[in-house]
Ligand binder design. Sequence first.
Ligand code: ASP
Length: 339
Amino acid sequence: MSKPRIHILALGGTIATRPDATGAMQMGLGADDLVSAVPLLASVAEIEAETVSRVGSHSLSFDQLQALATKIRGLEADGIVVTQGTDTLEETSFLLDLLLDLDKPVIVTAAMRNPSLTSPDGPGNLLAAVRVAADPWVRAHAKALGVVVVMLDEVYAASDVLKVHPTRINAFASTQTGPLAALVEDRIVPMALPVRDAIVAAKKHLGGAKDGKAAPVAVFWMSLDESGRLLDAVTTAPDHLGYRGAVIGAMGGGHTPERATDSVLKLAAAIPTVVAPRAGGGPMLRQTYGGPSSEIGLRKGGLIWGGRLHPLKARVLLETCLRAGLSRAIVTEVFDLFG
Ligand code: ASP
């Protein structure tokens, strides 16, 4: 039986670094280097490797990811593996998930330990990602799985995965739902299919969101005794400093400090503003606490409720909605689907 054709697209990141003369790690390796470091890949799939960029994922842009989605749509491979840095993987994978609607696996992977360290995880993660992309169960359920992230022998839904540690090797987790599958020996062991109703419904409005103009979205983290002055600066500045939307990382079930609430409401009147839980995801309250700075008051005041999405993922969804030209009413409807 012929092996599946897996197309690897390398963007950069720690997985693609090499030391310079001072010993500092620099972006440098391309897709061919990554593939040649893992001879076992050839026994799993027919590999095509392409270097898209050599940048740290902390410097990727929405436009670059839009271009990557367009490239992926045009590929004839049976599965796609994207390698990149870990810093923004929780955002980029979710963006690809919103933009792509393919019947084949799209996997994103990376590395926490660079190639100069003992036990770098890049080669193992790349092999695991290709195994997942080539796996019959994954291929049969590709649409139901959406874009997935493979790190340290676990498979995570792009909508849920978070980077939960800045340095250690087991830095990724799906805190709300757990992994979808695990890799053991040379097998993929399925454990769950993600609930994707909200994403599928959102995609109907987004329609691929291919041609829109960038729509920068600011994130404001609410914290003890926050005054709201930074929000006022955006609300009152000419053209809102270029921001087209905002996300508030709110306390608890959807709360902001009372002294900042007027600023929050004014910002929401100026640009679409989503409330998402700074606790890191999970459904927020809708009708428990009264007063102006809790969920009932904020929702009445025009704040869009971000549901169970982490604030960073809410930002990705809001940018994509605004770029697609959706009205505030439709944006509210889309976020409402997330619980
Ligand atoms: N700064 C790197 C990046 O995101 C870190 C990594 O890859 O882990 O590109």
